[in-house]
Ligand binder design. Structure first.
Ligand SMILES: [Zn+2]
Length: 136
């Protein structure tokens, strides 16, 4: 049983995640807004601790995520509904396996001119839970 996302957007009903422009990828302005205002990248509602991050297995292993923090139920819903259209979650191709990490806090790292990949990075600072969800 998976909870419904908490916020105003109906992801299971087909709404595009808050921080996403659908097949065009992530909305940089909203990614930053999520980071600074601590709002969920999926439903757009306020976050409490712990927060969840969704991403590829590689991102989880590097501890560097690109999709902003979410509610845990929102992360599950986003992977379930949008996982096969992964551009909407900031991935050019669908990861072989999705990672869902929960944490009580994170660093928001803004790109510098030296970075090849100019997307900001979210680094969970104490991982509570790290699960893998098979790609659908
Ligand atoms: Zn949410």
């Amino acid at each position: 049983m998976i909870d419904q996302p908490a916020g105003g957007l109906d992801i299971r009903g087909g709404d595009v995640p808050f921080a996403s422009m659908g097949d065009l990828g992530l909305d940089k302005r909203k990614v930053t807004q999520c980071a600074l205002s601590r709002i969920c990248g999926v439903c757009g509602d306020s976050l409490a601790r712990p927060v969840a991050f969704l991403g590829s297995e590689d991102e989880a292993e590097r501890n560097e995520f690109h999709f902003p923090p979410t509610h845990r139920a929102c992360a599950e819903a986003a992977i379930e509904v949008w996982g096969s259209r992964s551009a909407s979650l900031g991935h050019a191709s669908q990861p072989s396996s999705w990672a869902l990490v929960t944490t009580s806090g994170f660093e928001f790292v803004r790109p510098t001119a030296e970075w090849v990949d100019r997307r900001p990075v979210f680094a969970p600072n104490s991982v509570i839970e790290d699960v893998r969800l098979p790609a659908s």
